[in-house]
Design a protein around this ligand. Sequence first.
Ligand code: HDE
Length: 700
Amino acid sequence: MSKAKQNGANGGAAATSPSAMPSASVGNGGEWHQGQADGTLSTNQGLPVADNQNSLRAGARGPTLLEDFILREKITHFDHERIPERIVHARGTGAHGYFELSESLAPFSRAKVLTEVGQRTPLFARFSTVAGGSGSSDTPRDVRGFAVKLYTKEGNWDLVGNSIPVFFIQDAIKFPDLIHAVKMEPDRGFPQAATAHDTFWDFISLTPEAMHMVLWAMSDRTLPRSLRMMEGFGIHSFRLLNEGGESTFVKFHWRPALGLQSTIWDEAVKIAGADPDFHRRELFEAISNGQFPQWDLAVQLFTEEQAAAFPFDHLDATKLIPEELVPLKTIGRMVLDRWPDNFFAETEQVAFCPSHLVPGIDFSDDPLLQGRLFSYLDTQLSRLGSPNFHQLPINAPQCPFGNGQRDGHMQTQRPSGRVAYEPNSLSTETPRERPDGFRSAAVAADGAKGRIRAASFGDHYSQARQFYLSQGVHEQAHIASALVFELSKVEHPHIRAAMVGHLRHVDADLAGRVAAGLGIERLPEAPAAMQPVQQLPPSPALQLIGKMKATLEGRAVGLLVADGSDRALVDGIVAAVRQAGAGCKIIARRIGEVALSDQSRLKVDAQLAGTPSVMFDAVAVVLSAKAGAELSLEAAAVDFVRDAFGHLKAIAADDGARALLAKAGVVDDEGVVAAADCAAFVRAAMTRQWGREKSVRTLA
Ligand code: HDE
């Protein structure tokens, strides 16, 4: 009998003893597969099943018998196949990969993962939206979770971050309120995955500390084009501790190799309908095609003395440290190169926790971080149902681990021996303390007990203002429009007015634009600010549009064709686009094939009606005059071109496509190029046509 068979159909060998923990087994298939090694279908007890089509009945048309334990086992398992979803970050997707250190932080930290240059540390990363349920869509306006579990030699280090470097609140005690306000309203069960409703803005309008994050949330940062094209931030200050126990503060940043890229709001809305799985599908396809997503890991290092001179408190998670103040130092890169074998076993059951860290890294006293240290373990207990969730292969350290903890639901380990305590004199084998194990920073903590908010946390508007003034004109307009859109969904006028009041502290022009967009004629009073607004210097590093990389790498182009399309033009565009590192999908009214001008056949990748141009970064249209005239009467074709134009994308078109372009209201500009000029098309496709925006959309 094979080992798999002995251990049962579900691969009971996965996690046995700590020392036997198979590092390579995480998600690599072998021990996870359903069914027995010899291919026989069995019950969970290993009983071979002879008939998996019919339940046990009394007679061909008679009642089903309670005796049918095979039916009952199967249905019972099915009934329990769902676990509680995450209260936040429920919708997510993840992948395996590694972190490779390129620069040692040895002067600052003794963590091996940060000092052993060239070492590859295996990891699992999960990206998520925050507000929506697990079945919601990928592209709402929302912060993205950016959580990375590094299986280091010294234990798991979880860097549980977000795609925005600041947070809404300063103290963990406000988190349940924030989340109750943003989630669907409890009496009606909607809206799902949206901040555009009364309870969210009511809470925000009463929480001035949220203003900085609100501006980030209303910017294009919350509309990522791809998970591969967004930044990640650890947000809080952490500490690094070196061999001598000296401490340095650190902020962590992930920087995508493909550069930053977002969608236009209207595009994000349409993508949600066209492909609710847009981001996870894109990540899956990239990894499957060997285009492994990469991020640099960069750090900002600073001392206690430097921190004391900042014009804000770095322990306040609503503040960031501008790069102009403390530059970023790149220390390594993360590569995601392997899709999980099973979504549930890995992406769903992975349990991140900010308190998972390694010797040489420590926490700061950020009160938001301090609260998080409790919450994650607590939530895993109810979500995964057992204190043994760390034994699941996706969560288990890939280094030896062991202690005297025993028993509990779903215990999969079989620790031997009579000793499960420490110290003991009965066994030399049991786990003992190690002097070089984890030690906390020896920081003095002395103060009067109280529910106190530090006065240094009182400046709620200066960095919000700095962020807004650091943006270019296009992004400022997007922020104003997003605020108008969101607040226009708020039914209570006093909430809208209160928000405009806050915006007066951020920027008078912004407040005026939003008020005008909401039809508010007299500007509401600005609320009393705890501290005067400081004029911080604009930080271009905070831009998104301004920082976008002009590139087609990792992007996608849609090429609309029909019978009779010019072969040479089609070939030219496909070759140029691929040469530039992008994918090129052939779209036609029907899938199958089209006959090109030279009668050769071209395989069609996608059907026009099911593949709108929002799926692409740029589009090309190559049509015979006859097909162009026909497609001008096809709403999906007209929308394909109209949306590409409205979403500021480059459009390549030949003469035959002109009728369609005219019907879609496309006006010639720098981004509308001849299909024969592939070089011009690739150039235009590397960026959005921001100059076109004012001609297609009225922004607040
Ligand atoms: Fe979380 N957060 N959070 N959070 N968070 C969770 O843990 C919580 C915060 C973040 O892909 C939960 O396993 C509190 C900041 C990510 O599995 C929960 C506070 C940041 C993920 C929880 C915060 C995050 C979570 C829900 C305020 C960015 C998804 C399920 C003190 C630095 C991880 C779970 C994944 C998930 C609590 C604030 C990031 C309930 C109490 C700030 C990326 O424990």
